[in-house]
Structure formats: structure tokens, C-alpha cells
Ligand binder design. Structure first.
Ligand code: SAM
Length: 217
């Protein structure tokens, strides 16, 4: 069951100092928010934040921003930050469709998409986070040598994502249909909540890493 309406979650999110409430005002100034010049990486559809919290704890020289559409899901991440604050991690409650209003051109160094919603109906394809429409948004906000890393247990979504890469002007750096048995891509892997659940059922985990060709400006 997806809990979209946990009582009080909106209020907790609205009061939290870990959530950036007017993220569009931060456009082009995200490093100032963290008070350093460290690179910025984001996870879109971060859920309860397990992945980002482990990543941020292990990489204090990188700034992380988690993006999640629903307060009720973000609530859990905020509660975890209250127990164990990480200075290099902040959250935004927003729909990723508005990414370009919140991040400036090339402001982000890496984008993680983990277990994105599959939106199985064809007419909803453009809502899928690895769709060409979203890749065009990532193209604007990602640095020239930035990467998108996508993981899922959904074979149909992965096949769709693979077909979107080239038409959207991206290149494949690496991909696997069984991440947990992949000698090159598995080392250092951090499990997300969904990854823990689905890999424990025996589902293979799919992953790709994509980039853009260097362009002359
Ligand atoms: N990444 C987490 C994991 O792997 O455990 C959560 C995966 S969950 C299936 C997908 C999450 O993405 C949900 O929490 C959903 O609310 C969020 N989401 C889906 N579309 C989104 C969008 N357009 N903008 C922001 N969040 C989105």
C-alpha cells in the first residue's frame, strides 16, 4: 500500500529544516546552500531515503539532494535525518517535471533514478523518469561529463529505458541485466529500499549508466 496521506506529514515537511521549501530560489546557488564548492548529485524519486543517506554518510565531499513527490514518503527520510543529521544531504518535495526551474544549466553532476515508477500504459510513457522527455530535462541540468545511473527490477521499464538512450542523444557507458552478479558494476553498490525488497525475492536488478558526447560550445 502506498501511504500518500499520512496525517500530519505535510506539516512536518513544511516545518523541516532538512527540506528546501522554495527550491526555485536556490537555482544556480545550490553550492551556497551547502557552504562549499563540492559537486551536487541528486536522486529523483528517492522514496524513504535509504540509498541517499548511506551515500551521503560515505561521501562527505559530495552534496546530495533527494527529490520526492509525496510528503508522506519524504516524512520517513526527514525523521531519519532528525535521528542522524547529515550536513551534505537535503530534500525537496516536488515533481521532477519542474527540475529545470530548480537547477541551473550544468548545476548537477550525477542523477540517480532508483526503481522509478513504471507507468505501464503507453499514453503515460512520458511520465517515466528514464523517458526521452525526462532525459531532455537531465541534459539541461547535468554537467558536460555528468552521468545518469538508473536501477530497476522491472524488465519492461528497463527495455523501454534502453530504447530511449540514443534517440535522446545519450550514450551507454555500462549496463547489466543482473547487477548483483555483475563483477564490474556491483562493487560499491548501495541498496535502495525497493532493491532490498525485490532482490530478496530473487528478482534480478537491471542497471545502466549513461552520458552525453562532449559538445563544442
Ligand atoms: N528510490 C526508492 C527506492 O528505490 O527504494 C523509491 C522507489 S518508489 C517505487 C518511486 C518513488 O518515486 C516514489 O516514492 C514516488 O513518489 C517517486 N516519484 C515518482 N515520480 C516522481 C516524480 N515525477 N517526481 C518526484 N518523485 C517521483
Amino acid at each position: 500500500m502506498r501511504l500518500k496521506n499520512i496525517a500530519g506529514s505535510r506539516e512536518v515537511i513544511a516545518d523541516s529544516r532538512f527540506v528546501i521549501h522554495e527550491p526555485q530560489n536556490q537555482k544556480g546557488k545550490w553550492q551556497d546552500l551547502f557552504g562549499n564548492k563540492n559537486p551536487i548529485q541528486i536522486e529523483i524519486g528517492m522514496g524513504k531515503g535509504r540509498f541517499l543517506m548511506e551515500l551521503a554518510a560515505g561521501n562527505p565531499d559530495i552534496n546530495y539532494i533527494g527529490i520526492e513527490k509525496y510528503s508522506s514518503v519524504l516524512l520517513r527520510a526527514v525523521q531519519k535525518m532528525e535521528e542522524n543529521e547529515l550536513p551534505n544531504l537535503r530534500f525537496i518535495r516536488m515533481d521532477a517535471e519542474d527540475l529545470c526551474e530548480v537547477f541551473d544549466k550544468e548545476e548537477v553532476d550525477k542523477i540517480y533514478l532508483n526503481f522509478s515508477d513504471p507507468w505501464p500504459k503507453d499514453r503515460h510513457a512520458k511520465r517515466r523518469l528514464p523517458s526521452r522527455q525526462f532525459l531532455a530535462r537531465y541534459d539541461r541540468i547535468l554537467s558536460a561529463d555528468g552521468r545518469v545511473e538508473f536501477k530497476t527490477d522491472n524488465e519492461g521499464l528497463f527495455d523501454f529505458a534502453l530504447l530511449e538512450v540514443e534517440p535522446a542523444g545519450w550514450k551507454m557507458e555500462a549496463s547489466t541485466r543482473d547487477l548483483h552478479h555483475d563483477k564490474k558494476l556491483f562493487p560499491g553498490n548501495i541498496m535502495t529500499e525497493y532493491e532490498k525488497k525485490f532482490s530478496s525475492l530473487g528478482n534480478p536488478i537491471y542497471k545502466y549508466i549513461i552520458y552525453r558526447e562532449k559538445r563544442e560550445n
